[in-house]
Ligand binder design. Structure first.
Ligand code: GLU
Ligand code: ZN
Length: 281
């Protein structure tokens, strides 16, 4: 059975771009007689606001989108820690104490998540005091699993190139998992068969495919959908794109009509769908 998901982060109100993503996730599942899940990605401690999860549910109901289940990453911290432990036991993670500024100073280039870390801490065997992030030894991990592929239903079969991330952080200094580790584990735990999300996360799937291979997780297909952008290609900004969904709901607008407009690709003036690959903001 097809299982898709919509995975918003509760660090701001949902806007039109989220509504489009939710419609895609919902409709892909519905057309396949499958299920669609909502997952609240709420482990970004400092930025997560618990109250927003309830608002998101109300927004989705207002859009007329029924979801089968709602989960929250904050309830799964033990699973993230266990997976990190397995990778550590495989000798694939190393602790890194570098600050943002230090990383920026030594970066060897720019990857999907920003500066590519050259592995300064990889061979440092000293005991670190204070908070550490755990990074994957990318070269070692890639050598272990060999060549991988994954399939996007729109873009076709992709050769996985997780090395574009360099030694990505899998366990953050301030959270038990990075987005990449948490989302990959969640999709497996939730039985997601079709990972529905925006093109801004297309490159992330290279890394997620690697993690699936390392952790023996099932491999879904991906459906990266185009993003709503402002004329000129800029990412949809709340301030200009439209008021947030909660605000529109409170103003008495018809949410189902809005969802239907998005399905029909009827967007407000100055907003279009972009097929391009957008680096995550
Ligand atoms: N939480 C991410 C966001 O709100 C989406 C992650 C995903 O769909 O994998 O942009
Ligand atoms: Zn470091």
């Amino acid at each position: 059975m097809t299982v898709t998901r919509f995975a918003p982060s509760p660090n701001g109100h949902l806007h039109l771009g989220h509504a489009y993503a939710a419609v895609v996730a919902h409709d892909v599942a519905r057309e396949a007689n499958g299920r669609c899940l909502v997952r609240i990605e709420d482990i970004d401690g400092a930025r997560s606001r618990a109250a927003l999860a309830a608002e998101f549910r109300a927004d989705l109901a207002w859009l007329g989108l029924a979801f089968d289940e709602v989960s929250a990453q904050s309830t799964r911290l033990a699973a993230y820690a266990a997976a990190a432990g397995r990778l550590r036991a495989m000798g694939l993670l190393y602790p890194c104490t570098c600050t943002r500024a230090q990383i920026a100073a030594v970066a060897t280039g720019s990857g999907p998540d920003g500066p590519v870390y050259p592995g300064t801490c990889r061979d440092r065997m000293t005991n670190r005091a204070g908070a550490v992030a755990w990074r994957i030894d990318m070269a070692k991990a890639v050598a272990l699993v060999g060549q991988l592929e994954w399939r996007d239903v729109r873009a076709g079969v992709q050769r996985a190139t997780p090395e574009v991330f360099g030694d990505a952080v899998l366990v953050r200094k301030d959270a038990p998992a990075s987005y990449h580790l948490a989302a990959t584990l969640d999709d497996a735990e939730d039985g997601v068969t079709c990972v529905t999300r925006g093109m801004d996360l297309f490159a992330a799937s290279h890394l997620h495919r690697l993690l699936q291979a390392l952790l023996g997780l099932p491999v879904p297909v991906w459906h990266h959908h185009p993003l709503l952008v402002e004329a000129g290609g800029a990412k949809l900004a709340k301030r200009r794109g439209s008021p947030g969904l909660a605000e529109r709901r409170a103003a008495g607008e018809d949410g189902r009509a809005l969802a239907d407009a998005l399905r029909a690709h009827r967007f407000p003036a100055g907003i279009t769908l972009s097929e391009g690959l957008h680096p995550a903001a």
